[in-house]
Design a protein around this ligand. Structure first.
Ligand code: GDP
Ligand code: CA
Length: 316
């Protein structure tokens, strides 16, 4: 069986670990958000791709939630000593090696898809890891700063300001000229099932769906699409997704997100939707099932994945 998974960073990575456990003999393709990508100190950084790659490659720092285990920060300290801005981004020494390899390959003309595959030969994530696009398409956030309305890179808003400045809007810079990669489109049209990880509905999944051709492939494709709610009891399980949903006029609830994604039968994304067992959701055209949605370990996550497969009507 072929399984395609739409994923952001940490939520996507944890979910994919569960897919790997639940479906060990199947072909799993992760289609990952690249809207967070940014160039800092001349290095091309892809936070969500790296979160998935490190987490599936057992190289991640499980306590911190992002980056490499055993990380050190000597280069960051040196940059700060030089007054080299920006100093707010967590650039670890081990992580920088990844960014150096990526940046050099991109500058040599390789696509991000090829670069990601090359990096994965080291980490062996056990899934095929695909950036949603090879084009530059970066999320910016419109905020008020020092009395002026400005659009800043998503990373600056998220990491530097901890999403404390209310977002007025999210803008995908470059999206009009960006297309999904052929590999992504093929993964969608040949999939037996598409799963939507409990990733941030706005700046992870929303960004992926911002690519018209990708969205079209999902909406019209043959495979059932089942999503998992990142919102439990009206709050995000981890992180700051509640800073994003109100900016696009979506209620912070499992039902609000399902309504926002919409039923595939009505031109939306979903055939099925998992909510936490204490939540409910009613959206016409979407089959809703309530099961435990806490990704406390891979086995618990694998149970969620099996429930999603069941809703999709495919065997596991
Ligand atoms: P990021 O790119 O690193 O911010 O990560 P993602 O966008 O992939 O995922 C972030 C989302 O994961 C947050 O909105 C959380 O609500 C959600 N999340 C994190 N842990 C859990 C969990 O255990 N269960 C569920 N249902 N959602 C989770
Ligand atoms: Ca992210």
């Amino acid at each position: 069986m072929r399984i395609a998974v739409l994923a952001g960073g940490i939520g996507g990575a944890r979910f994919l670990r569960g897919v790997r456990v639940a479906c060990p003999d199947d072909t799993i393709t992760a289609i990952v958000n690249t809207g967070d990508d940014v160039t800092l100190h001349g290095l091309r950084i892809c936070p969500d791709l790296d979160s998935v790659m490190y987490t599936l490659g057992e190289a991640h720092d499980a306590d911190r939630g992002w980056g490499r285990k055993g990380e050190s920060w000597r280069i960051k300290d040196e940059l700060r000593a030089y007054g080299a801005e920006p100093s707010w981004f967590g650039l670890g020494d081990l992580d920088i090696a990844t960014h150096l390899v990526r940046t050099r390959m991109l500058e040599a003309g390789y696509s991000l898809t090829d670069v990601t595959a090359a990096l994965c030969t080291r980490w062996q994530p056990g899934v095929s890891l695909l950036p949603m696009t090879d084009d530059r398409c970066e999320t910016h956030v419109v905020v008020e700063l020092a009395g002026a309305r400005r659009a800043i890179h998503f990373q600056e808003w998220w990491v530097r300001y901890r999403a404390a400045q209310p977002a007025e809007a999210f803008v995908q810079v470059g999206v009009d000229d960006a297309t999904a990669t052929p590999a992504v489109l093929e993964a969608i049209v040949t999939a037996d099932v598409v799963l939507v990880a409990p990733s941030n509905p706005v700046v992870s999944i929303g960004t992926i769906l911002g690519l018209d051709d990708l969205r079209e492939a999902l909406v019209t494709g043959p495979a059932p699409v089942v999503g998992v709610s990142p919102i439990v009891g009206g709050v995000p399980v981890r992180g700051m997704a509640d800073a994003c949903l109100p900016a696009i006029g979506v209620e912070v609830s499992a039902e609000g997100v399902a309504r926002h994604y919409g039923a595939r039968s009505a031109g939306g994304l979903l055939d099925g939707w998992l909510v936490h067992d204490t939540d409910t959701a009613h959206v016409e055209g979407i089959t809703v099932r309530a099961v435990p949605l806490m990704m406390t370990n891979d086995d618990a996550t694998a149970d969620m994945v099996r429930a999603a497969m069941h809703v999709a009507g495919v065997r596991v």
